[in-house]
Design a protein around this ligand. Sequence first.
Ligand SMILES: [Zn+2]
Length: 319
Amino acid sequence: MRNRTVKQTLTQAIFIGLLGLVFQPVSAQQDPVQVQILPQTNIQVSSNELNQGDVVLVTLTTTKKITPSLLWRDKEIPLAANTEKTKWFGFLEASLGAHPGKNKALVRLKTGSRVKTSAMEIAIRAKDYGLRNLTLPKGWDELDGPTLERVQKETSIVAAVWSRPLAEQLWQGPFIRPVSGEISGTFGVKSIINNQPRSPHSGVDLRGDIGTPILAVNRGQVVLSADHFFTGNTVIIDHGGHIQSMYFHMDRVGVESGQMVAKGDVIGWVGATGRATGPHLHFGLRVNHTTVDPLHFIQLSEQIAEIEGNSGVRSQNSE
Ligand SMILES: [Zn+2]
């Protein structure tokens, strides 16, 4: 009922002008919101609220031949489609440091020579991911000359990975967890080490014994397979469509740079290489050049399977 009311109100608003839409969920916040932009063409957003360090899923459903585009905070967001091009998916992200407040997402649809634009309002909310105080031996982070040189070189290698041109969509269907172990270090938590504030945790630490297989969270191309000082044996996979996953501290790496991997492929084994206090997998995810909560992203991506049912987006799972 709620969706219908919103739909009716907003359908009227569309006719006022090219840019006539405002999202107005009727009831509680955090509800998915649905809007009809053209006959037989709907947009659904998983939530009208977006936490810092999180993502929302935009789903466009249509029976028409359309070319959609999605703009979020003035950036073009890649849209992934099912094989029939009747469903389109895009993720809107907010960084850990994103300013709280209302932001605009624009959906633009091209049908023939016509362009229809619809604006949606999504509020970024501040989120407190907590604080951890650590005391480490004095001088723990003092690096000698050659090590410093090595770290600088590795930093520029990773920076080059992030500035690679956008790969086409390689991922398909929901993302999976790389290991099943429980969380030993949450995403976004701020560390204070010896009373000095450090940058927030850029991923999630997952428990695992040395040698536990690590799975590729979706289809993609390995863009980095290297042994780095801080992150140890490191793999970065580009899933295309501005989604990249990172795996640190591996005991061994099972893939090479440039290699294509399917969802569920073993890419390495859990270890404690680099600067790690014990065996675990540090797992990170970047969406639209932004570090986000990887486990929440995976959870959200499962909605794609629900929306799709058994058709459309093909799963590349090796099972
Ligand atoms: Zn970590």
